[in-house]
Design a protein around this ligand. Structure first.
Ligand SMILES: NC(=O)c1ccc[n+]([C@@H]2O[C@H](COP(=O)([O-])OP(=O)(O)OC[C@H]3O[C@@H](n4cnc5c(N)ncnc54)[C@H](O)[C@@H]3O)[C@@H](O)[C@H]2O)c1
Length: 301
């Protein structure tokens, strides 16, 4: 991951009247997106399927901000102010008060379609509906909606506070004003925006998926050890993280889900999932979020 400069915070005195953001899914990405939006001055509701998960997401958002404070990228006062702007919710009903909705639920097409169907009824008809999907076509996510033109891909990177990029993905039916509003939103968070066509994996995930899958194949074939492969990518290509460190950060389950989307979308053997990754998912070795993946994380729950 590239270490960006200071974390952008609200400087506009009118930021207290910013639009409300509703984040669906309080996992790795939802918690980071909530933190980033709150720091930029947005009031944020962080939603999940249970109070425990939503609160865990809020705790992750706080940890991410504290990490930025420790690295002197953020003032403690800005963190404290941002935390007062985040509340938690269970269920999508509370989306009605938001003008911007960012969906960060698991990478599963049926689940995301169901979430957007419910959001279409729950959210204000004028609210921006964004998906943080890293690989699923936006057109497909929105295809069952009465108005698919209001859905757009706004793909953040992990960890959200440190990664300066947002990939913007207009679906085939997304209206131009929705795309403009999404760009304005991402730029208000201090992100640099690149645009991708609505193809499986867009630009960044296609590149990342091949990189981590190839590393897993090399490990399975005994080409080199885990540590040597990670070191080779870091020192040979100047990558800030090795592919196994990256997979643990992303989540092994998410990496497999992404490769499956790419396989379904292209039927190209480049995207054939290395069986080692599936075995790790079956063993719940999902990476940092479960405390063990390619590496062990004793500090994780
Ligand atoms: N992990 C990454 O590095 C990364 C990076 C960019 C984009 N993404 C994308 O972001 C999305 C979320 O990924 P993540 O890594 O945060 O996953 P995660 O598993 O960490 O979190 C997903 C959260 O969504 C919740 N959830 C499940 N069903 C839900 C529902 N119906 N309504 C609301 N919440 C629900 C889960 O309880 C969980 O807390 C995926 O689409 C993924 O592809 C992930």
């Amino acid at each position: 991951m590239t270490d960006a400069g200071p974390v952008p915070v609200a400087t506009d005195p009118r930021s207290s009247v910013r639009k409300r953001v509703f984040v669906v899914g309080a996992g790795i990405m939802g918690s980071g997106i909530a933190a980033q939006c709150a720091l930029a001055g947005y009031p944020v509701t962080l939603e999940d399927v249970s109070e425990e998960l939503a609160r865990r997401g809020l705790a992750s958002a706080e940890r991410a901000m504290t990490h930025a404070v420790d690295r002197k990228k953020l003032a403690a006062g800005d963190r404290d102010a941002a935390l007062t702007r985040i509340d938690v919710a269970i269920g999508l009903r509370r989306a009605e008060a938001a003008q911007i909705v960012v969906e960060a639920a698991p990478e599963n097409l049926a689940l995301k379609r169901a979430v957007f169907r419910e959001l279409e009824g729950a959210a204000s008809p004028t609210a921006l509906l964004a998906s943080n999907t890293s690989s699923l076509p936006i057109t497909s996510i929105a295809q069952e909606l009465a108005d698919p033109g209001r859905v757009v891909g706004v793909h953040f990177f992990n960890p959200v506070l440190q990664m300066p990029l947002v990939e913007l993905i207009p679906g085939h039916r997304t209206r131009p004003e929705v795309v403009r509003a999404a760009r304005t939103f991402a730029e208000s968070l201090g992100k640099t925006v690149v645009t991708s066509a609505d193809t499986p994996g867009f630009v960044t995930t296609r590149a990342m998926a091949v990189l981590v899958n190839e590393a897993a194949w090399m490990l399975s074939e005994g080409v080199a050890t885990r540590d040597d492969i990670d070191t080779a990518y870091k020192l040979g290509f100047h990558h800030p993280m090795g592919p196994f460190e990256l997979t643990d950060l992303v989540g092994v389950d998410t990496a497999v889900a992404i490769l499956d989307v790419l396989w379904d979308g292209y039927r190209d053997s480049r995207y054939r999932v290395c069986p080692l990754l599936r075995t790790m998912v079956a063993a719940k070795k999902l990476g940092r979020k479960t405390g063990e993946g390619f590496y062990v994380y004793p500090e994780a729950k």
